[in-house]
Design a protein around this ligand. Structure first.
Ligand SMILES: NC(=O)c1ccc[n+]([C@@H]2O[C@H](COP(=O)([O-])OP(=O)(O)OC[C@H]3O[C@@H](n4cnc5c(N)ncnc54)[C@H](O)[C@@H]3O)[C@@H](O)[C@H]2O)c1
Length: 316
């Protein structure tokens, strides 16, 4: 595959998340053309106008959009953010039934106008919806995957960077599993620079104990609840995370990211979508099969898979 020239990204859903994905993509120049589609005509047209009014100050990317599905035509990547969002205190799994209905009815329409696109699902519960969307479309798993724990991983790296006294980009750690309550960090492989995380210390930054790491993981897991409690939605960080995934696809980057694909016999996990480190390129996302897990992490991966299988079963 090659870098995609004159690329087109469509963001489906012009709510808090979709508008932020489009905004981040415009500012970062993630795609040459950005389109925004939503069934709420007035809302989507207003968001497109507001975004277009700022393009004097961005790069060469342009923005169009509306409530006619033809705006999606010709997309290389479609990021799906349409659907109900979590209310304060509500888990992502509790959104499943209503958003599953939206995905089931929307995917065939999208595929008709953008048959060659790679689909990235952001709507929650994104892992469960990825399985439904993959079954609904029959697309190969690499072409339809969820943003998964890319956002959670960014939250983790930010917190660890603050604690360790280094930049976020110098923290090498991943959250994997469900994008939700059973997610967990791969502590056995986490490093700061090249130093294993439990061995890190720097002036003013004493060693981090396993207990403290576990508290950080809980904070990261519950971060969305905290943000939603305070402002009603999470949008900026997911906007940036999604734009970054789009860049890895359109730039054929082969970037390693913890996105969520429907797994086939991955360390014994089969038929559910879970985030594991994957290679993201113009072909889509391919899990890295020889990612190693400690025994404890493997048990957590299977617990996450079981939780998602239960959630999927409750919808069928
Ligand atoms: N995966 C993640 O990391 C992550 C992070 C944040 C939010 N989310 C999820 O993203 C979703 C959107 O959140 P939000 O805050 O933007 O919600 P929102 O209510 O602000 O926006 C949702 C938009 O979807 C549109 N919509 C509904 N049905 C549609 C359809 N059939 N076709 C096109 N558009 C349709 C609505 O008109 C609305 O504008 C939620 O499910 C939320 O939980 C995921």
């Amino acid at each position: 595959m090659e870098i995609i020239e004159n690329s087109k990204l469509t963001v489906v859903g012009a709510g808090s998340v979709g508008s932020s994905v489009a905004y981040a993509a415009l500012i970062r120049g993630s795609a040459r053309h950005v389109a925004l589609y939503d069934i709420a005509t007035e809302k989507v047209e207003a968001e497109v106008l507001d975004l277009a009014h700022g393009t004097q100050f961005t790069g060469t990317s342009d923005i169009v959009g509306g409530s006619d599905i033809s705006v999606v035509a010709g997309s290389h990547v479609v990021v799906i953010t349409a659907g109900a969002k979590q209310r304060p205190g509500q888990s992502r799994i509790e959104l499943a039934a209503v958003n599953a209905g939206i995905i089931r009815s929307m995917m065939p329409q999208l595929l008709e106008v953008a048959p060659h696109a790679i689909y990235v699902i952001v709507t929650n519960p994104c892992d469960v919806l990825t399985v439904i969307a993959q079954q609904e479309t029959g697309l190969p798993p690499e072409r339809i995957f969820a943003s998964g724990t890319v956002l959670d991983t960014s939250r983790l790296r930010w917190k660890l960077g603050q604690r360790a006294g280094v930049s976020t980009a110098s923290v090498h750690a991943h959250i994997v599993g469900e994008h939700g309550d059973t997610e967990f960090p791969l502590w056995s492989r986490a490093t700061i620079g090249t130093v294993p995380i439990l061995e890190w210390e720097a002036p003013g930054h004493p060693p981090i104990s396993r207990e403290e790491l576990d508290e950080i993981a809980v904070d990261v897991r519950d971060a969305a609840y905290t943000v939603i409690q305070g402002k009603g939605a999470t949008n900026y960080a997911i906007g940036l995370s999604s734009a970054r995934i789009v860049e890895a696809i359109l730039g054929d980057e082969h970037a390693v990211m913890p996105v969520s694909t429907v797994l086939r016999d991955f360390h014994g996990v089969d038929g559910v979508a879970l985030s594991v480190p994957s290679i993201v390129s113009a072909q889509g996302a391919v899990p890295i099969r020889n990612t190693t897990f400690s025994d404890e992490e493997l048990a957590l991966l299977r617990r996450s898979a079981d939780a998602l299988a239960d959630a999927a079963a409750s919808l069928s």
